[in-house]
Design a protein around this ligand. Sequence first.
Ligand SMILES: [Zn+2]
Length: 321
Amino acid sequence: MKYSEIIYSKAEAELKARRVRAEELAEMRRKQFAEKYPELIDIENIMKFSALEVIRSVGSGGKSVNISEVAKTNLEAQARKKELLVKNGYPADYLDVPYTCKKCNDSGIFNGKLCECHLALLQKLSVEGLSCSPILAKSTFDTFNLEYYSAIKDADLGFSHREIMGGVFGMLKNYAENFGPDSSSLFFSGGTGLGKTHLALAIFNVVTANGYSVYYSSARKVIKQLNNEHFGKGDTDLNEELSRNDLVIIDDLGAEFETPFGTAAINEIIDDAVLMGKPMILISNLDKTAFEERYGERVASRLNAFEIIQFFGTDIRQRNK
Ligand SMILES: [Zn+2]
């Protein structure tokens, strides 16, 4: 199957994020372990030295050192390392880099071909649909046009909508470029056609280009997915998807048909993301008060931790007619 460029680059970004995460975790574990058990450093030095010996020996045509001796030393050091781990109650592979895919070490290439994990990722990204959507590709910070917003000063606000939206634009661009696991959660509020989805997708594009993964869905789709999971249909696992991604974006909140299940589902997803400490972007035509009335007190208390981004202006789609 042929995939679009954007899917390839997203898969690439995801693989890179997996590698970086695994390597960082391994390095952190190694440091902590070596502090507690300095013997590890001796063992590592023996391993490093024997590897160098082999390289040197290859360079000199195999004459200078006894390869089998060096190999033996290296194997012994490896065994000592495992022993040190197990003896102290750690799994024997605790200090190995915990790559997601043991076949290709998250490089995406195995035996000169795309690894199974890479193919699965491409397929998953194309199924998610949004990733290959032309809307996503078009919705960047560069294509956001402030001229759609009125330059006339709003008497109540003391500023023009264009000035306010210029500020929102700058703040969100900064958010996207500096996004990390500790970034705050945002609540986009404002009427239809004011650019909320455009700027959320622009954030999506920047954040994924920087190697983070993003879960994006409309409220309607999230509810449908949870409904399917609830009744044992489909093989998705929303919780797993949330925990796997670095940023969670839920669009069109409040536009879905109101049902007790839907309200509970939205509560659940917001709760889960907050409990996991995931930065979230919630997007709604409702203002904060109407949103809280619709989804209840629990969501209201969660929203206290969100930065409220109020969008102003006249429906862009109306203006274009
Ligand atoms: Zn793989």
